[in-house]
Ligand binder design. Structure first.
Ligand code: ATP
Length: 303
């Protein structure tokens, strides 16, 4: 794992309840790039690229409930971008806007230089954006291997008949899909459970299988909705290591919602903070940790 230049992590991650909120939990993490210096290029030893996703003035309401109000932020190629905020702040809504589950009433979304029209999640997945869910969304009766294979759906090209008869191109495709899936299984160190039905696995491993399914789609951008929720310290350490490895080795851009501040501050390049559907902070972990509005929002909640 090429994380030497990054925040020193895993061993220092404390259980969520133990982590002091904004009390220097990084134990002296390397100084991060400032917002002003956050242009494309080498930052803090990290090869961060230009903006690939630009959200401008996004507003989303459900009837009278304003989930998001006039939110703007961007995501740069190869970075780990966290979205944080207290319960009900609008984090999941934001992820759902990015992957097309929700269509905002106002605002614009530009992905890789192209203004995005209202699109279905499947179309967005084909553009290279994959996600995992807050509540695990796997087929519990199916094996790990079969679940991960479903992540290849967007890559399947041959028709239904050819697939059913396992003919020519369908056969070659299947071999290629299996090869990719086995690669992901090796990468996430889940060979030993490949034939196990997902429902029989402990929670932490199910979360890892969900990550595997998202990776099987070979995304250029990965949206992770609370990947460590409900995990013990060891499981969190493993998940952090895998997220950093995916980012380092595949160059995958990662947008992450996470409640554990120790994790967020350790692994993120930049953090956007929401509260009651509004943006109250945006910057490096250090900048956000020292933002009085952010501190106030957090001190006023149970997080
Ligand atoms: N489908 C929906 N219908 C109606 N209201 C919704 C819907 N989805 C979200 N909301 C509301 O929008 C607001 C933001 O919710 P959201 O789930 O995005 O917050 P969150 O920051 O992800 O919260 P949590 O940390 O608890 O998951 C809340 O008031 C929520 O009740």
């Amino acid at each position: 794992m090429n994380t030497t230049m990054r925040r020193h992590m895993t061993a220092e991650i404390l259980p969520a309840g133990v982590t002091p909120l904004f009390a220097g939990q990084n134990g002296g993490a390397a100084p991060a790039a400032t917002q002003a210096g956050a242009d494309a290029g080498i930052q803090n030893g990290r090869n961060i690229g230009g903006v690939i996703l630009d959200l401008q003035n996004i507003s989303l309401s459900f009837g009278g409930v304003k989930a998001l109000t006039d939110i703007s932020f961007n995501v740069r190629e190869h970075e780990i971008r966290a979205i944080i905020g207290p319960n009900g702040a609008g984090k999941s809504s934001m992820i759902n806007v990015i992957n097309g589950v929700y269509h905002p009433q106002k605002g614009s979304i530009v992905f890789r230089g192209k203004q995005r029209a209202a699109m279905h999640p499947a179309q967005i997945a084909r553009q290279g954006i994959a996600r995992t869910f807050q509540n695990i969304a796997l087929f519990k009766g199916m094996t790990v291997l079969d679940n991960i294979m479903t992540g290849r759906n967007t890559k399947m090209k041959s028709g239904l008949l050819a697939n059913a008869l396992w003919w020519g191109r369908a056969r070659n495709e299947e071999v290629e899909h299996r090869r990719k899936v086995e690669e992901v299984i090796d990468f996430l160190e889940i060979q030993h459970i490949r034939k196990t039905p997902v429902g029989r696995l402990p929670y932490g491993l199910q979360k890892r299988v969900e990550l595997a399914r998202a990776l099987a789609a070979e995304p250029s951008m990965l949206l992770l909705d609370e990947p460590m929720a409900g995990m013990n310290v060891e499981e969190k350490q493993d998940m952090c290591r895998f997220i950093l490895d995916v980012n380092d080795e595949f160059g995958t851009t990662i947008v992450l919602i996470e409640h554990d501040m120790g994790v967020v501050m350790d692994i993120s390049d930049r953090v956007v903070v929401l509260d009651y559907g509004k943006k109250i902070g945006d910057g490096t972990p250090d900048e956000v940790m020292n933002n009085p509005e952010v501190i106030k929002a957090y001190l006023g909640t149970s997080h």
